[in-house]
Ligand binder design. Structure first.
Ligand code: AGP
Length: 599
């Protein structure tokens, strides 16, 4: 997703600060970058299609500027090229923007009728034009911004500079995140705190429809009517700046390998004894639990649904946030809506959450980034302790979400007595041993590298499963396609023969997992069906199944509450080694963003 950095200082050259910030924001995913500064009355704009390092090659090192804004763009309107990159300047106004101006076509026509012309396809250039139009009309930045807020539909985090003002950066915020960092003689603006963590841990959070005036020694924030607001200063509590890759070639591999620690860290407060389970929210007053998320977070929700329904007899539904926000949700005070999000900034998930809040129904969140927009909007939030997840493809955040949701289901089983205490105690013992249980799977990289060698040149790969194994098949399939660019589909094992099996040809790879002895035999026969049509099959299972018609990957026998945490490891590592053989950009796959803050 787009990243924004701004800085104004009386003591520092802000160019290196802007570049540092852009480098930190790279993890959000982008395809072009740019910066703008004002020096001795001159407005300078540098922007490139490509990476931040390409931008650095365009910037002369010996500039000493004291005010500037910068941006990494993840294209929404207009091609990936230099002219559509930010910053955009129109007349007196130069801006960077994260979000979507939904009524930009109408605004563009109005501005063209006022004599404006535009160079790019970007909605952001239209926003700059509108601000310039109002600024020329009113000669007053407050009226300009207040009018802008009234006229614009959509989402925006905007940093703007006025050509003849070398002292102030202005900010406007609605839906897309924006924070203001503060230190002596220097103030910062960014999409998230890690972008400026090298310079300060103290920051303010802008809320929707607020705007601000930032100078090197002063920060003023206003509501949309122009009333000055007193803001509480925050101190960043998250773990320190994102460390490097260490011994690993990619953040994704580092983050996969960290899971034996991050899972344990996430659930640690709840698993030391049976009473600790009661620290988790009480779900007993609810008749239905809705789970709303996107992508991998939604797949974590599917695991929670299965466990809640199978082991606590609680009706649960999983929804894609992008669908949920536009459909009838049948909400009432007996429904708990759980929102899952690693970034806490996913626009569809945030919009769905706001819809439930407007209906005055209860919400609970499973979020990784502290103080994120979703975290701040929820009634209650349980944080995963996965630490900053840099690779766009989610791994350690997923398993932390699954672990936390599994323990939440376990706590509900304890409160509703749907599982005997001795069984609960045994499951808690397994959770306490999760690190040693996972290690053999994480260490068995040779197996996964060998499988990757067999599939990396394929054009189609299928993942099938039943029940919980179907949820894992969906996550395994997404991992492969998003980083290796190989087409892949997840299918309910019993559904394949109703059409899609026509796609199975000689040597088509089919992955499956069989971890539920009640239905494993069915899954095996589905594998046989595709094997008889030439498929090359791989089965992850905790059962002693020996069959030389498919390759078996053995996982330890554990309770159903832990099986997803084991099954997903081979899927993650097979995807990783396949993408590595294809020399893909594993940490920043094409077209993808780490946090999708637009619809
Ligand atoms: C997963 O590998 C993807 N990066 C993507 O599906 C992601 O899970 C989804 O966009 C949701 O993001 P969130 O958890 O930050 O809300």
């Amino acid at each position: 997703m787009c990243g924004i950095v701004g800085c104004v200082s009386t003591k520092k050259n802000i160019i290196p600060i802007l570049v540092d910030g852009l480098n930190t924001l790279e993890y959000r995913g982008y395809d072009s970058a740019g910066l703008s500064y004002i020096k001795d009355g001159n407005l300078i704009i540098n922007k490139v299609k490509g990476r931040v390092k390409d931008l650095e090659n365009h910037i002369s090192k010996n500039i000493n500027a004291n005010i500037g804004i910068a941006h990494t763009r993840w294209a929404t309107h207009g091609k990936v090229n230099e002219i559509n990159a930010h910053p955009h300047n129109v007349g007196n106004i130069t801006i960077v923007h994260n979000g979507i101006i939904e009524n930009f076509h109408k605004l563009k026509e109005k501005l063209k009728n006022k004599g404006y012309t535009f160079k790019s396809e970007s909605d952001t250039e239209i926003a700059a034009g509108l601000l310039d139009y109002y600024y020329n009309k009113y000669q007053n930045i407050d009226k300009t911004i207040q009018k802008f807020i009234k006229k614009v539909d959509g989402s925006y985090a905007i940093c703007l500079m006025i050509n003849n003002d070398e002292k102030t950066i202005y900010v406007i915020k609605k839906d897309s995140p924006l924070i203001i960092g503060t230190s002596k003689h220097t103030n910062y603006i960014a999409s998230d705190v890690p972008a400026i963590l090298k310079y300060t841990k103290k920051y303010y959070i802008l809320e929707d429809y607020e705007y601000g005036k930032i100078t090197s020694d002063d920060i003023k924030i206003y509501d949309k009517e122009g009333k000055l607001i007193q803001k509480e200063i925050k101190e960043y509590q998250g773990s320190d700046l994102i460390s490097d890759k260490g011994i690993y070639d990619h953040y994704m591999l580092k983050e996969i390998m960290e899971q034996n620690i991050t899972i344990r860290k996430t659930i640690n407060p709840y698993i030391n004894n049976i009473e600790d389970l009661l620290k988790l929210p009480d779900l007993t007053k609810y008749e239905r639990i809705d789970i709303i998320a996107c992508g991998t977070a939604m797949h974590a929700g599917l695991v929670a649904k299965y466990l809640l329904e199978e082991y606590t007899n609680t009706k649960s539904e999983v929804f894609l946030a992008s669908e949920y926000r536009y459909q009838n949700n049948f909400l009432n005070n007996k429904v708990l809506s759980i929102f899952i999000s690693q970034s806490g900034e996913t626009a569809d998930t945030l919009a769905a959450l706001k819809k439930v809040q407007q209906a005055k129904c209860d919400t609970l969140g499973i979020v990784n980034v502290k103080e994120s927009s979703i975290a701040r909007t929820l009634d209650q939030v349980l944080y995963t302790e996965a630490g900053p997840e840099i690779a766009v493809a989610s791994t350690k955040a997923y398993t932390s979400q699954v672990a936390l949701l599994s323990v939440l289901a376990l706590s509900h089983a304890y409160r509703t007595k749907t599982i005997k205490e001795e069984k609960l105690i045994h499951i808690l013992e397994e959770f306490r041993s999760i690190t040693s249980i996972l290690n053999p799977l994480l260490e068995d990289t040779k197996t996964y590298e060998n499988i990757a060698k067999k599939i990396y040149e394929k054009s189609d790969v299928f993942y099938i499963g039943r029940g919980l194994d179907y949820a894992l098949a969906m996550e395994g399939s997404l991992k492969l396609k998003e980083i290796s660019y190989i087409h892949s589909e997840a299918y309910a094992a019993g559904e394949l023969k109703h059409g899609t099996i026509s796609l199975i040809t000689k040597n088509t790879p089919v992955f499956s997992s069989a971890t539920n002895k009640k239905i494993n035999a069915k899954t095996i026969s589905n594998l046989k069906e595709v094997i008889s049509r030439g498929a090359e099959c791989y089965l992850i299972t905790d059962e002693d199944i020996t069959d030389n018609s498919f390759q078996t990957i053995k996982i330890k026998k554990v309770s159903m509450f832990l099986k997803p945490l084991l099954t997903i490891i081979p899927y993650q590592l097979i995807a990783y080694y396949t993408a590595k053989l294809k020399n893909c950009d594993i940490d920043k796959p094409r077209n993808l963003a780490k946090s999708v803050t637009v619809e």
